[in-house]
Design a protein around this ligand. Structure first.
Ligand code: MG
Length: 238
């Protein structure tokens, strides 16, 4: 029963096979429990300029670049994009709130999973919409020896960002693998959409406040409640 998602996936895409070589990890909400702080920081920064915004929306927007999130809200409320001054002011405020709110909390069982995959000889790639230097630095502190600069796609590398497939296509390129040789681990609907667009098998870890259906609708091949379940089920799944 558990093998079915992979078989379905291969058939859907008419891939020649499924041969795992690389695992592409999102960061916020997957490796670090940073989404509650991100959501609260976005809510504070957007409400400060008098626009309505909820935590649920922040989770729905997760994965977009700051520019994408801000312009989406401006378009909806005022029918125009933000000026670069407005965008800079809001993003600066959001980043300040985030720094004040956030403690770096590694996601339970993320380290165990990363080490297990590394020991299996799988290539590990980071694909994040984040440009938070503090969290990027934290990778080496909490997951030493797992990630390296050449195997990362961050906000600084991309033009479009999630939900465009671009960041995951870049991730495949950095790993030097085909879509049927990789798996994505994501927690956000837009991240799942990006991974699906890149044609990669996607495991959604529902660590936030959204319903599982939102992740399924975005295109997740499997939805699990957390990294512990993925760690436990990895050998059965792949
Ligand atoms: Mg995420």
């Amino acid at each position: 029963m558990i093998l079915q998602p992979i078989t379905e996936f291969i058939n859907q895409h008419s891939y020649p096979e499924f041969k795992l070589k690389a695992v592409l990890f999102d960061m916020d909400g997957v490796l670090f429990d940073s989404m509650p702080a991100h959501a609260e920081a976005w809510v504070r920064a957007i409400r400060k300029i008098g626009l309505p915004f909820t935590h649920y929306e922040a989770y729905m927007h997760e994965g977009r670049t700051g520019t994408g999130t801000i312009n989406g809200i401006f378009q909806r409320e005022w029918g125009r994009s933000a000026t670069s001054e407005e965008e800079k002011a809001i993003y600066t405020h959001k980043s300040k709130e985030f720094r004040e709110l956030s403690r770096t909390i590694p996601m339970p069982f993320a380290g165990e999973l990363l080490n297990k995959l590394k020991n299996k000889g799988l290539d590990i790639i980071l694909v994040t919409g984040s440009g938070q230097a503090s969290l990027l630095d934290s990778l080496e502190v909490y997951y030493p020896g797992i990630f390296c600069q050449e195997k990362m796609v961050t906000a600084f590398d991309v033009k479009y960002g999630k939900p465009n497939p671009e960041p995951y296509l870049m991730g495949l390129q950095k790993a030097g693998v085909k879509p049927w040789e990789a798996v994505v681990v994501e927690n956000a609907p837009l991240g799942v959409e990006a991974a699906k667009g890149a044609g990669i098998f996607t495991v959604a870890i529902n660590t936030g406040i959204l319903e599982d259906e939102v992740l399924v609708d975005a295109g997740a091949n499997i939805v699990l409640p957390g990294m512990q379940e993925l760690y436990n089920e990895w050998d059965i799944l792949f």
